[in-house]
Write a new protein. Structure first.
Length: 389
């Protein structure tokens, strides 16, 4: 167990064995690469002093190596480009599993009566059945047919776990699985735009909430794509927005719909073609137009949503407030948790000189002046005269 936890901590920290050996020297510990490899394989057990050195290098407590993981994650689908190295894939899974473990453990401690709500997982073999599966999940989560403000919050409110991973490259797209066989875990690329992130989240929900049998991977991905589009924009909503049948879609119309629903312009074209609102020939014409304008990778309008996960940070801060975690433990579980504990006070004009104040934009200057006026309002009587004792 200790060897597995050392390896887990190293990969989560994004370090090679050579880098760990070099970092240990800084902390006054000497270890060869072969020795570290032997620890990780379970061939030998580090002494307490070496465990403390490794803990310092990885940024964890020494107790971490003694803790038996209580929450396992069964991964179902991993979407990636061919350029993503196996070491990077493993790191994403380990980081996500650690987040899921922390999430479930904190929820069990803070909400011992919590029960994961059941959601339908129907048998799906056709695109039409994928549409129905998405509608059933929306119905189960009481989403109606209106645009989803935040897919991330929707998943977290339903008891699921959303994890950000990856880096600015686009090799990693999405990962999904089940924690303790009942809690959905969805991992998305932290560098993705909000509309891409929303689609990836919905796509991974498709992998989790459809039973597709023994179909090939290409078919499974096609069904998950259809599920994602239907989850974000149900068929009835798409037809209400576009009409039952169209000969032509206007690009400006697609841009407005992207900003309203958080679904890309190109995904709207796919949606219209899938539902028979436009024919495939017109869809191909629109995609050619996207290519000619250079919009296939970056569309002309940007959707800005609220797709950053917050539930783990909230649970961490709550556990800290209730004395279940120390500050060090809270920072290890969720490194940015302490940002929620800062006493952020509004800046008022009295805290800066006149030269700095006048350099601010007019709107900001007016806002600060209003704050200052509100703060000192109680010092004046009803006639606007300063009260004195």
């Amino acid at each position: 167990m200790i060897g597995a936890r050392i390896r887990q901590a190293r990969i989560a920290a994004g370090m090679s064995q050579d880098e760990v050996v070099a970092a240990l020297v800084v902390h006054g510990r000497t270890l060869t690469k072969a020795g570290l490899s032997k620890y990780e394989r379970g061939g030998s057990v580090p002494k307490p002093t070496m465990l403390r050195g490794l803990a310092n290098v990885f940024g964890v407590s020494a107790d971490f190596f003694m803790e038996e993981p209580e929450v396992g994650v069964e991964w179902l689908a991993f979407r990636k480009a061919s350029g993503l190295r196996k070491s990077a894939q493993e790191r994403i899974k380990i980081v996500a599993a650690a987040r899921a473990e922390a999430f479930v453990t904190l929820r069990q401690a803070l909400e011992p009566k919590w029960e994961q709500p059941l959601a339908p997982r129907p048998r799906v073999r056709t695109p039409e059945q994928a549409e129905t599966a998405a509608e059933k999940l929306r119905e189960s989560w009481r989403l109606g047919t209106q645009p989803i403000e935040s897919v991330t919050s929707t998943i977290e409110d339903a008891g699921g776990i959303v994890v950000e991973a990856g880096d600015p490259d686009t090799f990693f797209h999405g990962l999904s699985g089940w924690a303790k066989s009942s809690t959905p875990v969805v991992v998305v690329n932290s560098a993705a735009s909000d509309d891409r992130r929303r689609f990836s989240l919905a796509h991974e929900l498709g992998h989790l909430f459809m039973e597709v049998g023994e179909c090939d991977s290409k078919t499974e991905e096609t069904l998950a794509h259809r599920f994602a589009a239907a989850f974000l924009v149900p068929a009835s909503t798409a037809k209400r927005e576009l009409g039952e049948r169209r000969r032509h879609l206007e690009l400006r119309e697609l841009a407005m719909l992207k900003l309203k629903h958080g679904l890309s312009m190109q995904a709207w074209v796919f949606r219209a073609a899938d539902l028979g609102i436009v024919d495939q020939a017109h869809a191909r014409t629109l995609f050619a137009e996207f290519s000619s304008r250079g919009w296939r990778k970056e569309e002309p309008v940007k959707f800005e949503g609220r797709e950053q996960p917050t539930r783990l940070r909230q649970l961490t801060v709550r556990a800290l407030a209730e004395g279940l975690l120390s500050v060090a433990q809270a920072e290890r579980i969720c490194p940015d948790a302490m940002q929620d504990c800062t006493d952020a006070r509004p800046v008022v004009p009295g805290s800066m000189d006149a030269r700095s104040l006048i350099k601010l934009p007019k709107d900001e200057r007016d806002r600060l002046m209003e704050q200052a006026a509100a703060l000192v309002q109680g010092d004046y009587d009803t006639d606007g005269v300063m009260e004195t004792e």
